[in-house]
Write a protein that binds this ligand. Structure first.
Ligand SMILES: [Zn+2]
Length: 332
């Protein structure tokens, strides 16, 4: 089975569940995106289907374990966000409810995993309620909800056993990335930017364009405080173009800028080195630290939050970046 990094306490609890007869009919795996909740859901399904002796489940080698891992076990149903959609609607949930009314194909437990459960519409959640209250026999439901999204209705959460997932500790995450063969300082920076999410760190490391965009942004941030009006407008055009390269790119760049400004503020107050995110661009951080006052850095940091808000309101990126750079570093 795929390696699960961290989450020892959650796994310990699930090990006890898998080795006893006290399996609850519904679980809610809640926590940050990309920390391994779906892997753990697979682990629990495999552990409950695996015929290996108690204590060594899931073995990872039997047919049940293999099919669960590859998502082809007939008693494992998976519902998730359809590509391009931002919610899971009532129709998908009704189809799931109908499908889980049948008996287990292989005579053991059956599983219905609902990934991205924070995207369930209120209607879909209400439709799910009855199945959670009176689950068909041998059905185990696992809802995977990311803490970054909407919260589920209390009527849903109160019917599930909740397992809270925490961000992975920075040290564990960087060590794991180094073990996977990613070089330093890239591995260190990715671990810090990902904020405890292995999935996000791996996504970033696998995307050379994302590093190029970050480098372009950092280069601009390093000189924008002393830039002329013309250079500021040029910087805004560059960022507008970069942010149009992919969906969500603009907000990602703004969050990177916020990380950089936060680093410069931390350096000003002499904070510990371990707290710095962008450890690979000391020169730029030093320039921001010496050229801007704490008030100016804080104002710029607030401007990133305002810009993120404007992105959520679908304001034109050209306006967002122009306003961000034209006001950057002004005396406050
Ligand atoms: Zn097995």
């Amino acid at each position: 089975m795929k390696e699960i990094v961290g989450h020892q306490r959650v796994l310990e609890r699930l090990r006890q569940i898998a080795n006893s007869a006290s399996v609850a009919p519904s679980y809610l795996f809640h926590g940050p995106r990309g920390v391994g909740k779906a892997l753990v859901a697979h682990w629990l399904a495999a552990a409950l289907l695996c015929p290996a002796p108690l204590g060594s489940r899931p073995c990872g080698e039997c047919s049940n374990c293999q099919r669960v891992e590859r998502d082809i076990h007939p008693d494992l149903r998976w519902t998730s966000l359809a590509p391009g959609r931002d919610s899971i609607g009532i129709e998908e949930i009704r189809a799931g409810i109908e499908a889980v009314q049948t008996c287990s194909y292989e005579g053991g437990y059956r599983f219905w995993i609902i990934d991205e459960a924070q995207s369930l519409t209120e209607e879909a959640q209400s439709a799910l309620l009855k199945t959670l209250e009176e689950p068909p026999s041998s059905l185990i439901m696992m809802l995977i909800a990311h803490s970054e999204g909407r919260e589920l209705l209390p009527t849903i959460t109160s019917r599930c056993r909740i397992l809270e997932f925490k961000p992975l500790p920075l040290e564990l995450l960087s060590q794991h990335l180094l073990q996977l063969g990613y070089p330093n300082p890239k591995a260190q920076v990715a671990a810090r930017i990902a904020n405890g999410s292995l999935g996000q760190a791996l996504e970033l490391l696998a995307n050379p364009q994302a590093w190029d965009r970050r480098a372009a942004l950092l280069e601009i941030l390093g000189r924008i405080a002393k830039a002329s009006l013309w250079e500021r407008l040029e910087a805004a055009t560059t960022l507008e173009k970069l942010s149009l390269e992919a969906r969500e790119e603009g907000p990602k760049l703004l969050r990177l800028a916020a990380g950089c400004l936060r680093d410069a503020l931390l350096l000003q107050v002499g904070a510990k080195k371990e707290l710095i995110i962008n450890v690979d661009c000391q020169e730029i951080l030093q320039r921001l630290k010496s050229e801007l006052s704490a008030n100016q850095l804080e104002a710029a940091l607030q401007a990133t939050q305002r810009a993120l808000y404007l992105y959520r309101r679908n304001v034109n990126p050209k306006f967002i970046w122009s306003s961000f750079f034209l006001n950057f570093g002004l005396r406050v």
